[in-house]
Design a protein around this ligand. Sequence first.
Ligand code: NAD
Length: 379
Amino acid sequence: MASTYLPRQIELGSNSLEHLGKIAVENGATKLFVVMDAFLASEGLNYDVKIKSIVQKQNLAVTIFSDYRGEPTTDHLLAALDSLLKSNADCVVAIGGGSAIDIAKAASVFAVNPTLAWEDIAAQNRLKRLPLLAVPTTAGTGSEATKVMVVKNMKTEIKMNPGHKDLVPDVAILDPLLTKSLPSQFTAYTGLDALAHAMEAYVSTLASATTDNYALNAIRMIGRSLPKVYENGANVEAREKMLLASCYAGIAFSNASTNLAHAAGRPLGARFNIPHGLSVALLLPFVVEFGLEAAAEKYAAIAVNLGEEDTGERDQLAKQAHKLIKSYNDKFAIWEDALRYIDLEEFKDSIPLLVEDSFSGNGIVTNPKVPEACDVEHI
Ligand code: NAD
């Protein structure tokens, strides 16, 4: 049996953010706790002011938590939780990339489960949490539709990524106008993260007919729209396709698992502070090459969905998928950008640790070809 979990409601379209207050009321909210990073708040885009004006039309009280930047850590979570408990809010809203959504997910859970341990989350039959509405401003992680949250443990420097069906947000609001301001490099990193989600879900040993459907649709939309939004961030039609693709890719991987590119990418992000999408994009071509023969049929379908002509030559098309993925990294300057974050000497010294960390989370055993430590070291 293949079970599939996804949000109860998905709103798609320009200006859908304007309906946030009404949707929150429909979900029983009277006081909102809104998570957004410092840049999305008053430091840059002024979303704190915008959100207040939208939800006050419904007479909703609102507390904004924006006192953090970067990807989530246990320190961010403690600060968010403290603020949430003081606010007495009865509904949590995330507006931002995967970072804001994951802090909101974790806060919505720990607010009502104060003694729950991270390692026990996955084993709960039911996970109580506050109602959760997610508004992504990047088209990448799909966290608005996933049962996963990723938070770096500041003691171990490991990115923890527990999964539970009740972590899927109640509502995802996909408003492409919010992604227009994302700079081209972050558009590329997050877009390639979404592509990696869809590809890894599709070749995963846990893939099902349902997740294949979401994954292939996502791959098709990303193949057509990512080059367009990279060239012209104001192309709202292509931004909307990317947002929907990212959400579909999230549904696909959340139910079928990611695999090696994510398992090995997380430690790169945790130890070198590389943006998540960049670390995954950097590894994806090597991971595809590693598993190419084991999943040739599936990689051939990926090539066709990315826009290659369907010649029926399975092995040729599979190789073409690998070439295409490599070409995205050339086109979007992924190699050069990664070197801005990585000191090569330090990186070489860290390889044994990075390999060890890769085996600490989910996703290695669902790779179409299961790697040994020496394979991860090579990748
Ligand atoms: P992010 O949320 O960290 O944002 C990246 C940067 O872009 C930040 O500086 C942010 O301020 C800025 N930004 C966001 N939206 C913007 C906009 N519209 N305009 C201008 N700037 C904007 O990036 P992300 O890649 O979306 O999220 C990464 C995090 O998500 C990582 O911690 C990763 O591990 C996690 N993740 C979670 C899941 C999941 O299912 N829970 C899946 C994949 C990744």
